[in-house]
Design a protein around this ligand. Structure first.
Ligand code: ATP
Ligand code: MG
Length: 412
């Protein structure tokens, strides 16, 4: 039986790596007083159509949408931001003092599956709502820096930043861009030609070599910004520089979705590959209002866990497995009682071993790769003790049952 194309079962070491990424992310968010939010995987289709833009890749070809038995048009969420904005409005959180949120979970896009590009993938992400303040842009980039450094992958990535300006500046730019693109129509890829009218900005995202050859002579948005947008960008980048955060300005960095404006950024690991972005984000002032909320500004980022795992070093998650069994069936209750009294410890897994004689149980413990075994025998039980057999050294000793936890602390 095959799984659905572009989806993966996550198990074994990979599931531990996933959990590690999520835990690292959550610890950083909690430390920074971000609040966790978990929105449904199912959303009304409208939420995304209204916000991402009909000509975005997601809406035009990647969304898993369907009409349910009750006639509602639903989707498997393709991204987190629009859903969180919806939740902010739905749950009357717009007036909250703390409007910093974080989330993680699966997202769904019907893309061509390949390495680092799945149809069900997983993101961690965060959003900050409030006034427009460049300190928020800087702050969430600091959080991204912390997150990527803690995972030991920051040095494998390049941070690229651009501004998309406000909508008026962008409109001015788009007119010039369209003029240029029309003048160079024959040099453009077929795909990009189609976008000149519908979404010229997205041509800047093209990975086609011919398109890219044109880039050096393209007009750049920075020259079309009004003074507010320019100052905002300058202040943001100036602050990043004074914080020693390394970045490049990429005048052609655009985000694939309509709702972005001003700051846009991406952490990428190779210039050439098309699935090269690990973490991407930007400012989306106006999004809350467009979904019927207040005129709140917002900024956030999301990172793909599968992409992070592609570049993360191998990690050692080896937990020590401790086998537990009794020498005879008559001690089963006592064994379970002892087992039940053990304290949870994240570095140790206890594995009850049943069936067969002593030799069989020992052989099972070996196959399970046990670090050692706790063995309950008749004589030891009378003394309220248990045998500890260390498989690494071969040593054996009797330890008091009520101090097993303390004893095992030594081997953690
Ligand atoms: P790309 O340019 O790679 O298609 P995107 O701009 O569509 O990315 P975003 O919507 O910004 O991606 O999502 C944020 C992050 O989620 C990406 O940087 C990437 O790490 C991850 N991501 C996006 N789409 C996929 C996918 N289909 N499979 C795996 N990870 C993905
Ligand atoms: Mg995409």
């Amino acid at each position: 039986m095959n799984s659905v194309k572009g989806t993966k079962d996550i198990f074994g070491k990979t599931v531990l790596e996933h959990d590690h990424v999520v835990k690292t992310f959550e610890d950083i968010c909690v430390f920074n007083n971000f609040k966790k939010i978990s929105t449904p995987i199912l959303e009304h289709e409208n939420i995304f159509i209204k916000t991402l833009g009909v000509s975005s890749d997601i809406i035009s070809k990647e969304m898993y949408n369907f009409k349910d038995q009750g006639g509602d048009y639903l989707v498997l969420r393709p991204e987190g931001t629009a859903a969180i904005v919806r939740a902010l409005i739905t749950n009357s959180m717009q007036e909250d003092i703390n409007k910093n949120f974080f989330y993680h979970g699966p997202m769904f896009r019907r893309e061509k599956p390949q390495s680092g590009r799945l149809r069900q993938f997983h993101q961690v992400g965060l959003e900050v709502f409030g006034d427009r303040n460049f300190l928020d842009d800087v702050r969430i980039i600091i959080l991204a820096e912390n997150f990527l450094s803690t995972l030991n992958i920051r040095n494998k990535l390049k941070l690229q930043i651009n501004t998309l300006g406000d909508s008026k500046s962008r409109k001015r730019y788009i007119i010039e861009l369209q003029k240029f693109l029309k003048n160079n129509y024959s040099k453009l890829s077929i795909d990009s030609r189609k976008k000149i009218e519908t979404n010229p900005l997205r041509i800047l995202d093209s990975k086609d070599e011919n398109d890219r050859n044109l880039f050096s002579s393209l007009p750049q948005i920075i020259d079309f910004l009004d003074s507010n947008s320019r100052d905002f960008f300058l202040e943001t980048t100036k602050m990043l520089t004074s914080l020693d955060i390394k970045f490049d300005i990429n005048p052609f960095l655009v985000r694939g979705l309509d709702y972005y404006n001003h700051t846009a950024f991406e952490y990428i690991f190779s210039e050439s590959k098309s699935q090269n972005a690990v973490l991407a984000g930007g400012r989306y002032d106006g999004l809350v209002k467009s979904l019927g909320g207040k005129d709140l500004c917002g900024i956030g980022w999301a990172a793909g866990i599968e992409r992070i795992l592609m570049i993360m070093d191998n990690m050692d998650f080896s937990q020590k497995i401790i086998g537990m069994f009794s020498t005879s069936d008559s001690l089963k209750t006592q064994l379970l009682k002892t087992y039940n009294s053990l304290k949870l410890n994240e570095n140790i897994s206890f594995n009850l071993i049943d069936g067969g004689n002593f030799k069989k149980k020992m052989s099972k413990a070996n196959k399970l790769n046990c670090y050692g075994c706790l063995i309950l025998g008749e004589d030891e039980w009378k003394e309220k003790k248990i045998i500890w057999k260390n498989f690494q050294t071969g040593n054996q000793e009797n330890i008091p049952i009520n101090s097993i936890d303390k004893f095992l602390e030594k081997i953690y």
